[in-house]
Design a protein around this ligand. Structure first.
Ligand SMILES: [Zn+2]
Length: 399
């Protein structure tokens, strides 16, 4: 079979898979879907189709089972005329508050990201920032991979973010989803009149969540400097019953102490604490202030949150970078990344694939892979689609 013919077969296979999935998919759409702009990247094109609008989820489903999307989005903004091509004539009504947390951007994980450019035809791996294969003169593709542990780390930041949204801002109408690749999305449907807040106000929210350098320095100085002065004097230890940043510091502090009396004091259950225990608490706060400050700073993508016209990936749609389901997290305490959750296919279906480039040892979800160019493996959908959509494998057959 020629390479071109093989690629076509692969496209047809996945297009049919996506179509089958969308026919029965329960996409998580806002109630006011008719006010949203819908956008998509067609399955076999590299441009985007924007300014679509539908009156109901059923209409949208009918459309996407004919025009199969590789990526599918709706606007965080609500418009009077969402289908108007001209942004200024859409009649902006208001916008959800949206957040992206990407495992790639987590400080602890920045060094764990595997990233390189390669030629899908001959398997050449770029040695510098070259864009083209010196042998085939084809454009090099980029391969990016993060480990499950980093995705789980991103998830723990998502939990902290939700805590802030609920407890500091008091917004309870939100949806969290796995992005289907390496991160998470949080869509907060703001009630009126808050949905009308502009980018400047959203920027303030970002700064509260990420902490500006000024804030970080301020907190550090506050709790480190007093270490040299008389211990425990001069400032009140932050507690969970306090509001805002003090509550966030107390939450972080709570994880670092084990004494039940100290915990109870931090939680605000008791007002008094023995002097010796207070000293221990102050010691923990001072000694671990750098870690605490780092933990408080949540690595959200600020551009996404500031933008009032952002397009958000539809929860439970398919992410065309992996072929995985960008699944909604129904119970926020129960996220699990496993092959079943991301798969859009029958678990018994096995895909036979050929690897096109030498890969470093990588872990996809729960499985370790050591793959070299030319290797042929048989794997379940979740692993095979990941390698195919990341461009490092071709489909041979399905059984
Ligand atoms: Zn090449």
């Amino acid at each position: 079979m020629s390479q071109r013919r093989g690629k076509e077969k692969e496209l047809d296979f996945f297009k049919e898979k996506f179509k089958e999935y969308y026919r029965n998919a329960s996409l998580e759409l806002p109630q006011d879907i008719s006010l949203r702009e819908i956008a998509l990247q067609p399955f076999d094109a590299d441009y985007y189709v924007r300014h679509l609008s539908f009156d109901s989820p059923t209409q949208l489903i009918s459309y996407i089972t004919v025009n199969i999307p590789r990526h599918l989005y709706y606007s965080s903004a609500k418009y009077s005329f969402p289908g108007n091509n001209n942004m200024s004539e859409k009649g902006w009504i208001g916008s959800d508050l949206v957040f992206d947390i990407d495992a790639n951007e987590i400080p602890e994980c920045k060094n764990n990201v595997i990233e390189f450019r390669f030629c899908p035809s001959c398997g050449y791996i770029a040695k510098s920032d070259e864009k083209e294969c010196p042998y085939c003169h084809l454009e090099l593709k980029k391969f990016e991979h993060v480990d499950k542990t980093c995705i789980e780390k991103a998830y723990s930041y998502l939990i902290s973010l939700i805590d802030i949204i609920e407890n500091d801002f008091g917004f309870t109408n939100y949806k969290a989803s796995f992005s289907g690749n390496r991160g998470f999305h949080l869509i907060v449907e703001l009630p009126q009149p808050f949905d009308k807040i502009d980018s400047e106000t959203r920027r303030e929210i970002v700064s509260y969540i990420t902490l500006s350098d000024f804030d970080k320095k301020y907190i550090r100085n506050m709790y480190v400097h007093y270490k040299e002065k008389e211990k425990g004097q001069g400032y009140l230890v932050p507690r969970i019953v306090d509001g805002g940043l003090r509550r966030r510091i107390a939450l972080s502090l709570l994880k670092r102490v084990s004494d039940p009396d100290v915990k109870s004091f931090l939680m605000g259950y008791t007002e008094k604490i023995e002097y010796v225990k207070m000293l221990q608490l102050v010691e923990v706060l001072s000694n671990q202030i750098d870690d605490i400050v780092n933990e408080l700073s949540i690595p959200i993508d600020s551009k996404v949150t500031i933008d009032t016209t952002h397009l958000v990936r539809i929860p439970n749609s398919i992410n065309g970078k992996t072929g995985w389901k960008a699944f909604i997290i129904k119970d926020i305490a129960e996220f699990e990344l496993n092959a079943h959750n991301v798969s859009i296919s029958n678990v018994n279906e096995l895909l036979k694939i050929r690897i096109v480039v030498d890969l470093p040892s990588i872990k996809i979800i729960d499985r370790e892979f050591n793959l070299k160019r030319g290797d042929i493996i048989v794997a379940e959908y979740a692993y095979a689609s990941y390698l195919i959509f990341k461009g490092v494998a071709n489909l041979i057959s399905v059984r």
